[in-house]
Ligand binder design. Structure first.
Ligand code: R5P
Length: 282
């Protein structure tokens, strides 16, 4: 089995390759002056290949398609496409008339070349059904728990009732309590955390979520928890997008630590989903 990334995940690919003792397929990539991307395989691929590629940012979708086209035309017969962060996953249904189900559109296109797909914490698990090939969802519960373990957390909180499964599972691994906040989204950037009686006085509390995008959710949750007497507030999320100067905003807040995984590689990616992906590949 060989492994490669097109553009998004060189560090995660290296970590998975080490775990499963697979060879990294050498590739070359560049960008044309008009912004188009170019990928070249520098060796003939083996029959079974694993491509690790995010569908974020937009370029990642094109990179996945053209890398798989090259793999198939150069002789790979079996491509496992691992999508650590499935971009466009939040448009997983039609909210207003005339809107696309973007997650479905992308899944269908990727199914043209991929033989199977592995998704890590997509926005909704049912996204896997949009693929025309076998698709599996993996959850990064153990990575979130590992990142939080040294912080001596007393309580795990989900930002809303829809995300309690993650909080429950992480809390179970750490052997601590869990609860959830009540969030209402006001706009793409603004959220409101409704006051809710939680017993956080004197406690170390961690908010766990799938995505940090603008940071709005974490910022409002931190303010609410600190005002209710939490001693330390931490955030552990799977996918750290950090859009719209989110890191700047978080750094100015009284949050005590923010930790994300390497599904999107960045400065706050202190945990790795490599062991979870590796187990699914062997
Ligand atoms: C929402 O459904 C997600 O689970 C996240 O809570 C959300 O995407 C976070 O976005 P932001 O950081 O912009 O509040």
């Amino acid at each position: 089995m060989q492994i490669l990334t097109a553009v998004s995940s060189p560090i995660l690919t290296y970590r998975i390759a080490k775990e499963i003792k697979a060879k990294i397929l050498p590739t070359e990539r560049k960008k044309f002056p008009d912004g188009e991307i170019y990928i070249r395989l520098l060796e003939k691929p083996e029959n079974d290949v694993v491509l690790i590629q995010n569908t974020y940012p937009n370029e990642g979708i094109i990179a996945a398609i053209i890398a798989m086209q090259a793999l198939k035309s150069e002789g790979a017969n079996d491509i496992t496409l691992v999508i650590p962060y499935f971009g466009y996953g939040r448009q997983d249904r039609k909210f207003l008339d005339g809107e696309p189900v973007s997650a479905e559109a992308i899944a269908k296109i990727l199914s043209v070349y991929a033989d199977r797909v592995i998704l890590i914490d997509p926005h909704k698990d049912y996204i896997k059904e949009f693929f025309d090939v076998e698709a599996k969802v993996l959850h990064a519960y153990e990575t979130l728990a590992e990142m939080l373990y040294p912080l001596d957390v007393d309580l795990i909180l989900a930002p809303d009732a829809g995300a309690v499964d993650r909080a429950k599972n992480v809390a179970k691994i750490l052997g601590v309590d869990w609860d959830y906040l009540e969030k209402r989204r006001l706009s793409g950037e603004e959220v409101e955390i409704k006051p809710k009686e939680l017993d956080v006085e004197g406690k170390n509390v961690a908010i766990v979520d799938d995505i940090i995008s603008t940071g709005g959710t974490i910022i409002e949750a931190t303010k609410a928890l600190k005002s209710q007497g939490a001693v330390n507030v931490y955030a552990a999320c799977v996918h750290g997008l950090f859009t719209n100067f989110a890191i700047h905003k978080l750094a100015q807040l009284s949050i005590d630590d923010v930790r994300v995984t390497d599904t999107i590689e960045g400065p706050l990616s202190v945990g790795s989903v490599a062991p979870i992906i590796a187990r699914a590949l062997v």
